[in-house]
Design a protein around this ligand. Structure first.
Ligand code: ASP
Ligand code: MG
Length: 459
């Protein structure tokens, strides 16, 4: 088989773990044609973004501290692996860019990406050295993006073509290659990144371009679960799942995937297997276009916590086109992400769910804009709520699922604050008080028999 294997930051967090990953790659390379994609060491991307900000604000003390921390951690690891000669020049490159930012006290999205990319370039150099593989950054591998630095979008057709040209022959020859996740370049060859968590996306782009048989995403968890095991101790691993279900769960799941990572894999029909570096023989969760049918209609019950619901009310919104767009635009201008939206057909109120941490800012933004336009009378904030969202492709077109869900929540005496279901019918989002969320999840999990056996995915 042809396999793309991607390792996340915790899997390459130190020399020992990198050695372990190398063992997994070698074992796979004995059986398959493999290509490896790697993230930055755990926590390094955060530190790189922080050092970029510290330099931009002229804080030379903090800049120095962070550069030292990054340097020390990588050098310690590189010495242990005998890879210091590959790592030193990269660290010098990083320091040069950061000092440039510090001198100018100016940081553009483009320089942010140049700095953030060093995390993956460093881990890639180390893993490639251990494996005797060719290190490549995403740009050399052929991934081309638009100019939207820090959240760049790949130009898919061009990237697909180039990746095939560059990596296809290397894979055919069985030549070992390690590619940086997250990092790419625009059409002029300027370094860009695919957004936080973008290494998953790199792996699915490469896997799709190379027509891989499977894309293996390794992390420190076994795969996707029917619920968060801290909430429901009986939660089980999901053996197989459809792309649409996985996308829906990705929004809520404990292991968050890059939101767009499943897109190319779904489009090109390349199955994605989520698996754990701690259990290399465990099959994990296989996400594919045609998963084996299961007996359970609801497949999983994810929950999103730490949210607040804002309700904008006022008769002036009834029958007035553009009022919803004003509401959303005012939050967009503040870069506040909306998790869920409800509006009843009476049109006299719109409810929005945002993260608790952004609730005050959201309220202030709504007040400013909406009072100006005379749209809203009241802006009500309900803090401390959570969203419980049963997911399952078979929910589509199966009558009575919602009734069962709500009956079991009502049986616990839990009040439902708001509900949303898109026409995809893949999930129902239910807003309840934060402290009631875990009980609701456990009850729905039990009602749909999710503690029972799940079919296992075969490797
Ligand atoms: N290192 C990047 C991040 O932490 C990309 C990734 O890990 O997938 O966001
Ligand atoms: Mg990371």
């Amino acid at each position: 088989m042809r396999i793309v294997m991607k390792f996340g930051g915790t899997s390459v967090a130190d020399a020992e773990r990198i050695g372990h990953v190398a063992g997994i790659v070698r074992a796979a390379a004995g059986k398959h044609q493999v290509l490896t994609v790697v993230s930055a060491m755990d926590g390094i991307t955060e530190q790189l973004l922080e050092v970029a900000d510290a330099a931009a604000s002229g804080n030379d003390l903090r800049t120095g501290e962070l550069l030292t921390a990054i340097r020390d951690r990588h050098l310690a690891c590189a010495y242990a692996l005998g890879a210091h000669e590959h790592v030193r020049p990269l660290l010098e490159g990083l320091e040069a860019v950061v000092h440039g930012v510090l001198a100018l006290e100016e940081l553009t999205p483009r320089s942010t990406d140049a700095i953030a990319a060093f995390g993956e370039r460093l881990s890639c150099a180390m893993l490639a050295h251990v494996l005797g593989a060719t290190p490549m950054d995403g740009r050399q591998a052929g991934i081309v993006t638009d100019d939207h630095f820090t959240e760049a979008d790949p130009l898919m057709d061009l990237s697909m073509f180039q990746v095939q040209e560059v990596l296809g022959p290397m894979m055919d020859k069985g030549q070992p290659v390690v590619v940086t996740g997250f990092v790419a370049a625009n059409q002029h060859g300027v370094t860009s990144t695919l957004g936080r968590g973008g290494s998953d996306y790199t792996a699915t782009i490469l896997g799709s371009a190379l027509k891989a048989d499977e894309i293996w995403i390794y992390s420190d968890v076994d795969g996707l679960m029917t619920a968060d095991p801290r909430v429901v101790p009986e939660a089980r691993l999901l053996g197989a799942l459809g792309f649409a279900e996985a996308v829906e769960m990705g929004k809520f799941g404990a292991k968050s995937m890059h939101p767009r990572a499943l897109e190319p894999a779904a489009a090109y029909g390349v199955p994605v297997r989520m698996r754990s570096t701690f259990k290399p023989d465990h099959p994990g969760t296989l996400i594919s276009s045609a998963p084996a049918p299961t007996a359970t209609v609801v497949r999983a019950v994810p929950m999103l916590k730490g949210l607040a619901m804002l309700t904008v009310g006022g008769a002036a919104m009834v029958g007035r086109p553009g009022s919803a767009s004003e509401v959303f635009a005012s939050l967009a201008r503040e870069r506040i992400n909306i998790h869920m939206i409800c509006q009843s057909v009476s049109e006299s109120g719109i409810s929005l769910v945002v993260s608790q941490a952004q609730a005050d800012r959201a309220k202030a933004a709504l007040e400013r804009t909406l009072r100006q336009h005379g749209l809203a009378r009241t802006i009500d904030v309900r803090p401390g709520v959570c969203v419980v969202a049963p997911v399952g492709a078979a929910m589509k077109g199966t009558p009575g699922v919602a009734a069962r869900i709500f009956t079991c929540i009502a049986g616990l005496g839990i009040n439902v604050i708001a509900i949303a279901q898109g026409s995809s019918e893949l999930s129902i989002s239910i807003v309840v008080e934060g402290q009631s969320g875990p009980r609701a999840v456990a009850a729905i999990h039990k009602e749909f028999g999710l503690q029972g056996d799940q079919p296992q995915a075969n490797v």
